[in-house]
Design a protein around this ligand. Sequence first.
Ligand code: CP
Length: 316
Amino acid sequence: LRHLISAADLSRDDAVLILDTAEEMARVADRPIKKLPTLRGRTVVNLFFEDSTRTRISFEAAEKRLSADVINFAAKGSSVSKGESLKDTAQTLEAMGVDAVVIRHGASGAPYRLATSGWIDAAVVNAGDGTHQHPTQALLDAFTLRRRLIGPDAGLGRDLAGKRVVIVGDILHSRVARSNVDLLHTLGADVVLVAPPTLLPVGVETWPCEVSYDLDSALAACDAVMMLRVQAERMNAAFFPTEREYSRRYGLDGDRMARLPEHAIVMHPGPMVRGMEITADVADSPRCTVVEQVANGVSIRMAVLYLLLGGTEPAV
Ligand code: CP
């Protein structure tokens, strides 16, 4: 792979290689010195046109652990606010000698445009574009599922065949849901989407997954449930039942969590709206992997950057 734009671009073997490489990278976090020399002399720019906490910080941590030189760019406070285009911004960075660009953008397709336009030579990694894709989120979710449901060592070389994952909430606006459906399908898992009809996209019946409106029956037979935030900033009130009605039908509280099979885990990509899609007792329970997902994100992003930039030394 030269770029990572969409989870749909990954074959089963590509995805398993990234997950296995991330297992090696996770061992670095257990060392007294959490650094590898692999990307010494390489420059990575984090180009964020949309807000982020987890993705931005974990890419930066991953780049620093691989000894890359890191440039952070936020659209707020840059010449983008004076009307500078993506092309001119990208070419300004290219002129400074950049090896990889990690981009988050509100417009679906912006990372693809950057990778295919010829404006820059650098590798492009999509850190979330509009409602389209967030491939490193899907990879870190798959990594978390494989570690929890199979095991870090037992999981090496393996996919998620036979595992059942329920994704709940605002599918319509969720790049996380799209990326997860693509990647989990490639890895052999079965996916069930549960959402109010107004928060399902047109054409969802063509996606490689099931759709259900009955959360309780979906929960009774799954290995993991992934709760999504309702993206109020991307919708108007017509889409949305009342907050109370939404929580009652599609929220995960302690009673609902008790209906999950004993081994099943609760996931959330963050940021969470506690009390809306997930209650505080569920978010803070040992079954909830939200913090583990963030830690796993650093290992996955190290693996992606290592594989894309072709480190000259063994990974670990
Ligand atoms: N999961 C995720 O993408 O979170 P941020 O928006 O904080 O990066």
